[in-house]
Design a binder for this molecule. Structure first.
Ligand SMILES: *Cc1c(COP(=O)(O)O)cnc(C)c1O
Length: 340
């Protein structure tokens, strides 16, 4: 059993949480187990977006991974390194969906019991998926932060290993393997856009595409949930007053220490986009590419729209970070409108 230790941010950390930011070498080390357990994802040129931006636009199809989102790369790496003392009590995490699916999937691969705490209104298809992977799902509170605090209490009381959604170097290193796959296939990349929620994905791209190519790495967040943007720009770890985005994959109110420190060091640009631009991105990806993208995935495209002039003639990559859009939301955003 472990007691919480002093935490540099507003979340709870335990003695087993290593606060050293991961390096590019850590991502390269993570590669082996990710490659063993997961397929390499396709990097596909989008004809429609290339024409629209007068650029070479490529999509990194992280939505083709099992669980339908990039996070499983990090889950697999972290659980593969789980200390033996935690194999029996197992692990616990808080999630709005995709982090939970990732840990549930990895728990099944490595035979470790998994408990996921989700907010009461969690995306039901994501919850069903976690249960299918064998996780125990606990509903608690209205927001991610309510669920997170409950998971942190349960970890203290029950002795589970708390898998933080960002303050985990091995999780960030695992997530970074997507960036290694990109630079190996397309070393002459000029821009990489990625969504920022807790910042693990953006940190992973900084350590790979940012470090190993000449690309400008641009993070994108909703202006309705700008916690990490503020932390990056203003150099603090204060929670944001606003957290109202519909895109649960990037619905973060509290900035996280580890990912913020990587992003402050290495992220080149950070854009805020509107909720309506994110919805437009979902529609565009569906009507132009027949891709079902979560709101979190569509933020990148919304961010590209704000830098259209700069992107002309360039090679631009963004990940389709996840495809787990709730059916009723898909219907509301895509089903009732034509492309605009
Ligand atoms: C979690 C998530 C993000 C944001 O990633 P972070 O590493 O938390 O910044 C983006 N898109 C999808 C689909 C996600 O699940």
């Amino acid at each position: 059993m472990y007691e919480p230790v002093d935490s540099p941010d507003e979340t709870t950390l335990f003695p087993y949480h290593d606060r050293t930011p991961p390096t590019t070498a850590d991502v390269i080390r993570a590669r082996r187990v990710v490659e063993e357990q997961l397929p390499q994802t396709p990097l596909i040129r989008s004809e429609a977006l290339s024409a629209e931006f007068d650029a070479d636009v490529y999509l990194k199809r992280e939505d083709t991974l099992p669980t339908g989102a990039f996070k499983v790369r990090g889950g697999v790496r972290l659980i593969s390194q789980l200390a033996p003392e935690f194999h029996d009590p197992g692990v616990i995490a808080a999630s709005t969906g995709n982090h939970g699916q990732s840990i549930a999937y990895a728990g099944r691969v490595f035979d470790v019991p998994v408990t996921i705490v989700v907010p009461e209104d969690a995306n039901t298809s994501k919850v069903r998926a976690m249960e299918r992977y064998g996780a125990t799902v606990v509903f608690h509170g209205r927001t991610f932060d309510d669920a997170r605090e409950h998971a942190e209490t349960m970890a203290t009381e029950q002795g589970y290993r708390y898998v933080h959604s960002a303050n985990e170097p091995s999780l960030v290193a695992g997530v970074g393997t997507a960036g290694l796959e990109i630079v190996e296939t397309l070393p002459d990349i000029d821009y990489l856009f990625c969504p920022v929620g807790g910042g693990s994905s953006a940190a992973g791209y900084c350590l790979t595409v940012g470090a190993l190519s000449d690309a400008t790495v641009v993070g994108v967040q909703s202006e309705a949930a700008p916690a990490m943007y503020r932390a990056w720009k203003e150099g603090h770890l204060q929670p944001a007053e606003r957290m109202e985005t519909f895109a649960e994959g990037i619905a973060t109110r509290v900035p996280f220490y580890l990912t913020t420190s990587v992003l402050r060091d290495q992220l080149d640009e950070f854009q805020l986009v509107s909720e309506s631009a994110i919805e437009r991105g979902i529609r565009e990806l569906f009507f132009e590419e027949t891709i079902v993208a979560e709101g979190a995935s569509a933020t990148s495209l919304a961010g590209m729209g704000q830098l259209q002039e700069e992107l002309r003639g360039k090679t631009v990559v963004f990940p389709i970070s996840g495809r787990n859009l709730a059916p009723e939301r898909f219907q509301r955003i895509v089903g009732t409108a034509s492309s605009d």
